[in-house]
Ligand binder design. Structure first.
Ligand SMILES: Cc1cc2nc3c(=O)[nH]c(=O)nc-3n(C[C@H](O)[C@H](O)[C@H](O)COP(=O)(O)O)c2cc1C
Length: 656
């Protein structure tokens, strides 16, 4: 079917009612200049085209790239690499084929500002936030030429609008940029744009704003709201309607906060309130510059095998020991060489904690391989043994393999040791977690206030045992990276789950065993740490769970299988937005008691271990305890702010 001929009246007839037919004719006759066809400029152009504005001058020197996808109206897979001006001109002309478009695909410089603004009735700012020099020149040219200029900044999930009208306060008078270096100019621009600061309340990661490096976060909601707000001002200005709020007045509307704030800052950034906000913002910038950067996403390795291993290394292991290394055989095969920590860790005397970790690694590698369309076949090497499991792994492309949705959570899963919500798990959440562990395992739950109290009792006793056990001292004194938020090979202090003062006390006490035993004997030294590490977390969570193997593990291979179930459970919890913390050590002591593994000569510790074992069995029952492979707590809550990271892939592949 041939489309009907384009008819302007018909195409924009639904504007009528909000605009009169005469006003529509005026809009058709007007030219608007928009510099920047990116996040907000592209949306400005399309919104004003649908309003029926008949002519535009548009400029941008950039081409579309992937990082534009979250917000830029013209950024799609088919426009990757194409000029922004070309793409947006096509899109606008597709809405109104009669449009008069002047294109500036090389952007605008100071030399062609007048050509760009020629015949324009209005300028709308769509320039990159960080393009300060040309923005200043543009606003100055508008003022010289008597052209009103509007800026609607997308900020968070809202927008802040400022209008600079001929004869009113100028851009320079408002922002006070003269004499400031570039970073300071950007700061003044940001603070001046939105004096109400509504967006600041919900920025989840302040480090995402880095003015010096020209980096800042954005949302498509912000851009669309900005386009709506700017076009509404444009309509009023082009049609000479009603009052327009002009600098030093501004308005910020924030859809996330459900708030709109009108601000009035005579003197612009010279206003005392602005001076105060600027001083605070400068302080925050300095503080942020001094904090450790978040562990950066390492560049994606080239080879498929390396990509799989690069994700697999994010598997969890007790105390973040990462008891494994990788040997590359060829492009599709590698060996996982595990080891255990029985020589120096009292929690790993039978190697089960390390074997579980090898299992979490294997599950993670399998899930990562699914994202590459590969099956993972594994085979124990002939010389594999409990102390040093050795697995030959092969990646095979397989059309029947579906990408596992858990793969997106591999790097986000992290242990949360702080209190969680006491909201019970929903039936849906429990069903998903039970399905995650597979048919060979089952979950036994401890739910409700009474059950959590009993778990707190068990864990408090277990905590006392851990903190007073002489053989645990070497582990405790070496696994925490003090003062750290991230740690590659240990647990960073801030992820331990105690407050700052308790951390300082712990650091001092753990400096020597004599301090530990003195504190324990005379100063109830275990009380504060146990309250924060064991009792409160046990009470404050949705549920505790015991992961039980239907057939108790017969040897180390059984524990590796158990580790696979642990990781699928943990990643599923992450996918559900739940937080999880292992409570593994009661199982360790229960096993030592059951198998009469000598773990200490310290008689009170032996007695406590027997008590831990009895309580565990009272809580979960005999057969469950015999097949138990993992114990933990789970619940809704915020992800941790601090976490263990991992050794680099190159470190884990010695000799490759
Ligand atoms: C077998 C095993 C036992 C663990 N036991 C405990 C535990 O008893 N208490 C605890 O807080 N975390 C425990 N963890 C969590 C690890 O300390 C944590 O996974 C590791 O430090 C890596 O940090 P991430 O999980 O945040 O990446 C255990 C993890 C594994 C795999």
């Amino acid at each position: 079917m041939t489309p009907p001929a384009f008819d302007y009246q018909e195409a924009f007839s639904r504007n009528l009612g909000w605009v009169t037919p005469r006003e529509q004719a005026v809009l058709r006759d007007r030219r608007v200049a928009i510099a920047g066809m990116g996040g907000v400029g592209g949306s400005h152009l399309l919104t004003l085209t649908r309003l029926g504005v008949g002519a535009f001058s548009i400029a941008d020197f950039d081409d579309f790239e992937l990082a534009n996808f979250n917000r830029q109206a013209g950024a799609t897979y088919s426009t990757l690499g194409r000029s922004k001006v070309g793409v947006l001109a096509d899109m606008a002309a597709d809405i109104n084929p009669e449009l008069s478009l002047r294109r500036f695909p090389d952007g605008v410089g100071e030399a062609d500002l007048e050509a760009f603004l020629a015949d324009c009735d209005l300028y709308i700012d769509g320039l990159d936030f960080f393009a300060m020099a040309i923005r200043r020149a543009m606003f100055a040219a508008c003022r010289r030429l008597g052209i009103p200029a509007v800026t609607a900044a997308p900020l968070g999930m809202g927008t802040a609008v400022l209008c600079f009208l001929p004869g009113g306060m100028s851009f320079e008078d408002y922002f006070r940029l003269d004499g400031a270096d570039e970073t300071e100019q950007l700061l003044r621009f940001l603070v001046g744009l939105a004096p109400a600061g509504l967006h600041r309340a919900y920025l989840v990661d302040p480090r995402s704003i880095d003015l010096a490096r020209h980096r800042g976060p954005s949302t498509s909601m912000g851009c669309e709201l900005a386009a709506g707000a700017a076009a509404s001002q444009a309509l009023k200005l082009l049609l000479n309607r009603g009052p327009v709020l002009a600098a030093p007045r501004g308005i910020q509307y924030d859809a996330y906060r459900n708030r709109a704030r009108h601000t009035w800052r005579p003197g612009g950034n010279r206003h005392p309130l602005q001076q105060l906000t600027l001083a605070l913002a400068r302080r925050q910038m300095q503080r942020l510059a001094a904090t450790a950067p978040a562990p950066g996403a390492s560049p994606r390795p080239e080879g498929r095998l390396e990509r799989v291993l690069d994700l697999a290394r994010w598997a969890p292991s007790g105390d973040n020991t990462q008891p494994w290394s990788f040997e590359r055989i060829d492009d599709n095969r590698f060996i996982i060489q595990g080891h255990d920590t029985r020589a120096h860790c009292v929690y790993d005397l039978n190697g089960h904690a390390s074997q579980l970790a090898v299992g979490t690694l294997l599950a993670t590698a399998r899930i990562a391989a699914s994202g590459e369309g590969c099956r993972l076949d594994t085979e124990f090497e002939p010389d594999s043994r409990a102390e040093a499991p050795r697995l030959r792994v092969r990646l095979t492309p397989d059309e029947t393999v579906q990408p596992d949705p858990l793969r997106h959570f591999i790097t986000h899963r992290a242990v949360q040791r702080r209190p969680l919500s006491t909201r019970p798990l929903t039936a849906r959440e429990k069903a998903a977690l039970e399905a995650a562990v597979g048919p060979d395992y089952r979950l036994v739950w401890q739910e409700g206030w009474r059950a959590r109290q009993r778990m707190a009792g068990l864990l408090s006793l277990n905590g006392k045992l851990r903190l007073t056990l002489p053989e645990a001292y070497p582990t405790h004194s070496s696994i925490i990276e003090w003062h750290a938020r991230y740690s590659d090979d240990r647990i960073p202090e801030q992820a331990v789950g105690v407050d700052y003062l308790t951390a300082r006390l712990m650091q001092w006490v753990l400096g020597s065993w004599s301090r530990v035993s003195f504190m324990n004997r005379y100063l109830a030294g275990t009380l504060m740490p146990r309250l924060q590490l064991d009792i409160l977390p046990a009470l404050l969570c949705g549920a505790h769970f015991l992961l039980v193997a239907r057939r108790p593990p017969a040897d180390y291979r059984g524990y590796i299988g158990g580790g696979e179930a642990v990781q699928r459970l943990w990643l599923t919890a992450s996918r559900l937005g739940l937080q999880l913390q292992p409570e593994y050590t009661p199982l360790v002591f229960d096993e030592y008691v059951r198998t009469q593994t000598p773990f200490t000569d310290h008689a009170p510790s032996q007695a406590r271990a027997r008590q831990v074992s009895e309580r565990l069995r009272q809580l979960f029952g005999q057969p469950e305890s015999d097949g138990a492979v993992f114990l933990g707590r789970i619940g809704a809550g915020q992800p941790p702010r601090s976490r263990s990271t991992r050794r680099a892939l190159a470190d884990l592949m010695p000799g490759n």
